[in-house]
Design a protein around this ligand. Structure first.
Ligand SMILES: [Zn+2]
Length: 377
């Protein structure tokens, strides 16, 4: 209770500064209310504050601030009481209505009552069609509820204002729909939704993967390969996500060597990408272990890497059979590599060995990427 009272006292000081004329009467009433707050008699305190706000709506900011403090403390019931009290005032000036509804919406979100929050944010939108805050919160609710159609409906209105941010988001909603169509075996819908995703974000890797996987599943390997390779233009690092699928396509066409050549070219075009181990594993599958060892032994001199050394050690171990020195080396390298992760969010740094389209940590779409940029050792 004390921090709330202190925070409130500070706000009171700020407010009374701006309303010096009414200061004396306001102050004495406010201090009375504050006293109730300190004595944990919130009901009585709120009665006083509501009366004060009715006599001077300019003081409404202190109510919002008090509500925020309660919400921050997890006392949603108290925050709700404040905002409901305000909205129920017959003398409430129309200009404050949207703001109070928004605050109440946040209270409900905090309390986990998504339905009620949704209703309020919708009401805000009716009053203020342009409210980005209401739209943004509705999107978060629909995202949480996996209601992709509704999320798209709200998000498309934001698209024109900020396509760089909203486009990728909408694209992922269409990809979610494409994924659902995929599990239902509805190929037309899968392709429709993936293409819509690309319309909103031409660089949507996920949509390209969905289309490419579909081509591969239907046996059109050439089309699939073309699509997989087009990811390079969208986001070169993400190629790593489809190497295995590409290898399957090339294997079905009995031309694994072409993938090896493609990767070599890719490495030349993107020197910052770390493709050494990927190339080695493709080479092993297409030309055998010795070719892989030869490539790696040579490569490691110019581009030393722990992952490369470990691979060489494991080849050597296989060659000479179980050997203590090699298995110790292998373990030591594993320890040295403990920080290496497969995927990392470029927005918040969240790292994981599982790939997510939606970052579980910062809630951004398409920012978790394979960590294929060469590590500095
Ligand atoms: Zn993140």
């Amino acid at each position: 209770m004390i921090p709330i009272a202190i925070g409130f006292l500070w706000l009171l000081f700020r407010t009374t500064q701006t309303h010096k004329r009414q200061q004396s009467t306001l102050s004495s009433e406010y201090f009375k209310g504050l006293n109730y707050l300190l004595n944990d008699e919130q009901g009585k305190a709120l009665d006083i504050f509501v009366k004060l706000v009715e006599s001077n709506w300019d003081t409404i900011d202190t109510h919002f601030a008090l509500g925020k403090i309660y919400r921050k403390n997890g006392e949603m019931d108290k925050a709700i009481k404040i905002h409901q009290g305000l909205i129920a005032r017959p003398s409430l000036p129309e200009q404050y209505r949207s703001k109070i509804l928004l605050e109440l919406g946040y209270d409900y979100l905090g309390a986990g009552w998504f339905d009620r929050a949704e209703g309020l944010f919708k009401e805000v939108l009716i009053q203020d069609k342009k409210s980005k805050e209401a739209r943004h919160n509705l999107i978060l609710i629909y995202q949480q509820e996996k209601d992709w159609y509704k999320a798209i409906e709200i998000a498309v209105d934001l698209f024109a204002d900020n396509p760089a941010v909203t486009g990728p988001m909408i694209a992922h909603y269409y990809c979610e729909l494409a994924d659902i169509a995929k599990t239902k075996g509805d190929i037309t819908q899968l392709e429709n939704n993936a293409n819509k995703a690309l319309k909103y974000d031409a660089a949507c890797v996920r949509a390209t993967i969905l289309l490419a996987d579909q081509a591969k599943a239907s046996g059109d390997y050439k089309k699939a390969i073309k699509l997989y390779e087009s990811i390079e233009k969208q986001d070169a690092e993400s190629i790593i996500l489809v190497i295995d699928s590409m290898l399957e396509c090339y294997a079905s066409l009995s031309s694994e060597n072409k993938l090896y050549e493609y990767l070599l070219d890719l490495q030349k075009r993107h020197e910052n990408l770390f493709l050494q181990t990927v190339i080695v594993s493709v080479l092993e599958k297409s030309q055998g272990k010795q070719a892989a060892i030869d490539y790696l032994s040579d490569k490691i001199k110019h581009q030393p890497s722990l992952a490369g050394i470990q691979k060489l050690v494991s080849y050597k171990e296989e060659e000479i059979g179980a050997d203590k020195i090699f298995s110790d080396l292998d373990k030591a390298i594993s320890v040295m590599q403990k920080d290496s992760v497969e995927y990392r969010c470029q927005k918040c740094g969240f790292s994981s060995n599982t790939h997510y389209w939606l970052c579980p940590s910062c809630n951004h779409w398409g920012r978790v990427k394979p960590s294929v940029i060469e590590h500095e050792h």
